[in-house]
Design a protein around this ligand. Structure first.
Ligand code: E4P
Length: 222
């Protein structure tokens, strides 16, 4: 499963990207609004930091406006993927942009049938938002499973991007299901690595090594 970070924070992106296992970034208007600076410059800087798909979302809600904005965003950098909400106007815009060879990430997907239509419109990625379904007492991971099951029957070049992953268990479940991509905040990414037994185990290895070295030095000094 490819790992994407769901953030527009360059600090978080630089720190996580340094580990060498971040494959892409998803942003949205809410995430960009939290950062200070010009959003387009931030997007370009993100593209220069992570050489992978970088989702940048349109804010127009009519197809014509989405297409115009999508073309503009795609021209900012070769890594930009145009993120479009899964509404009727979004489907029209996706059809046009994908026909021009631009990659579209269709977002705000909350049902398998929305994902089906997004793939048929030519979306390169579909983003089911797991955590937001969990928020309303609806099992978000079941949506991811349903979409994977549907996509497995066909040869669409559309990847399942499990989004709104809020904790490591979401990431684990998405990976076990075979989601193509999981996108998560930097805090969840960090939690994937952390284990207290790794830390205490490493501490003990190093202490034992120091003790052995001291013993050898003492023997050599005799
Ligand atoms: C997806 O691409 C969205 O940007 C994101 O995953 C939403 O996450 P949230 O529901 O935690 O805001």
């Amino acid at each position: 499963m490819k790992i994407f970070l769901d953030t527009a924070s360059l600090k978080e992106i630089r720190e996580a990207a340094a580990l060498g296992v971040v494959d892409g970034i998803t942003t949205n208007p809410s995430l960009l609004a939290k950062e200070s600076g010009d959003p387009e410059q931030i997007l370009v800087e993100i593209c220069n930091t992570v050489d992978g798909p970088i989702s940048a979302e349109v804010v127009a809600t009519d197809a014509e406006g989405m297409v115009k904005e999508g073309r503009h965003l795609a021209a900012l950098h070769k890594n930009i993927v145009v993120k479009i909400p899964c509404i009727a106007e979004g489907l029209k815009a996706t059809k046009v942009l994908s026909g021009e060879g631009k990659r579209v990430n269709m977002t705000l997907i909350f049902s398998p049938t929305q994902a089906l239509l997004a793939a048929k419109a030519g979306a390169r990625y579909v983003s089911p938002l797991v955590g937001r379904l969990d928020d309303i007492a609806t099992p978000g991971m079941e949506l991811v499973a349903d979409i994977i099951e549907i996509f497995d029957h066909y040869d669409w070049e559309c990847e399942v991007l499990a989004a709104s992953l809020r904790h490591p268990m979401h990431v684990l479940e998405a990976a076990k299901m075979g989601a193509d991509i999981g996108t998560m905040p930097a805090s969840v990414f960090a939690a994937l690595l952390k284990h207290p037994l790794t830390d205490s185990g490493l501490r003990r290895f190093l202490e034992d090594w120091e003790k052995a070295k001291a013993l050898l030095a003492a023997k050599a000094g005799r």
